[in-house]
Design a protein around this ligand. Sequence first.
Ligand SMILES: Cc1cc2nc3c(=O)[nH]c(=O)nc-3n(C[C@H](O)[C@H](O)[C@H](O)COP(=O)(O)O)c2cc1C
Length: 363
Amino acid sequence: MLPDPLHTRLCDSLGMKLPIVCFTHCREVAVAATRAGCFAVLGEALRSMDEIERDIRWVREQIGSGFGIDLVLPARAPRDATPEEIYAEIPQTHLDFAEGIEARFEVPAPTNEVVLRKWGGNNKKIARAQIEMVLDEGVPVIATGLGAPDFLFDEAKARGIKMIALVGATRQALAQVERGADMVVAQGYDAAGHTGGVGTFSIVPEIAAKLPDVPVMAAGGITTGRHLAASLCLGAAGVWTGTAWLASQESDLDPLVKERILAADGAETTRSASISGKTMRVLRCPWTDVWDGEEAPQLLQSPYQMLLTSRYLQGANDARRPDLMTEAVGQGVRFVREERPVAAIAQEMAKQARDVLQGFRSG
Ligand SMILES: Cc1cc2nc3c(=O)[nH]c(=O)nc-3n(C[C@H](O)[C@H](O)[C@H](O)COP(=O)(O)O)c2cc1C
């Protein structure tokens, strides 16, 4: 019997049946994806220490220790100022411009705690506390976007934790492996969230060829089995996926945003630095449109731009105004057409990929 084309070295490295990593902020999705044969990585970048501890323990109770945690931390640790102190340094021109958007689109003031202010990238102390929580909880796999400080890599390596680095350029992939990354996510322009300017079809084979000894995952626009099969053909050992799970039945995303996702084609996403100060693919909204217009002042660096955005986003989410809300969404959203259970999404992806790959063998 021929070997299963979906059994790759990524399955051996991470201990799962399918070469699919599910990135999600929702712990119910993470558990369902693991039970469906994928490997789940839970995004905790915007969570407080208590929330991180609670999520890790809850997921571990459900599925044991086979999961990872993702933190997004810049390579250079930010200063020690509090988010409030950093916010107070934002230039008046930018505060006025942001207030203008809020007034023009009647964005209500936030009624809940402003989530973006919990980000470890805002403040050195928050970053270190998030890292220590994840290390102390003994999570076996840690993923990082935007680089991450050296001490995370050093301490993770000392404890035998596997490190996954998300990159948007080949030189970043080489640098992250040099400093100790065990696996690399080659994330193309199509992807949701922070992304570089190179398309998935170019970045994946280039990084896979340059790093033959490292399991490379393809990311960006992968929402079907055909995408999974293509990724393996490009030299990836598996796929890292986010958008595919956003509108799943288990996902705790606001149903109003799920509706927008189910109706969206890739063109409704935009790659804009207006949310965080670094290019990020999200659903278009008034904030991205106005900041990307000609009359906007120059965007601030992270974390200033992220903190500037935080009021608008929280106000939009608290008021549940779909015309204002946004979310990180990739171009593969056009294939996400139904709210389905996570297991059905994973099974269909695997079946379609197997059919395509086995078709090559028999053809
Ligand atoms: C809603 C959402 C939030 C995301 N937030 C993060 C994050 O906090 N950290 C991170 O490393 N990647 C984040 N990403 C990017 C994913 O890790 C992944 O690279 C991306 O979703 C892959 O592209 P795809 O959405 O086309 O599958 C996010 C993606 C989505 C959909």
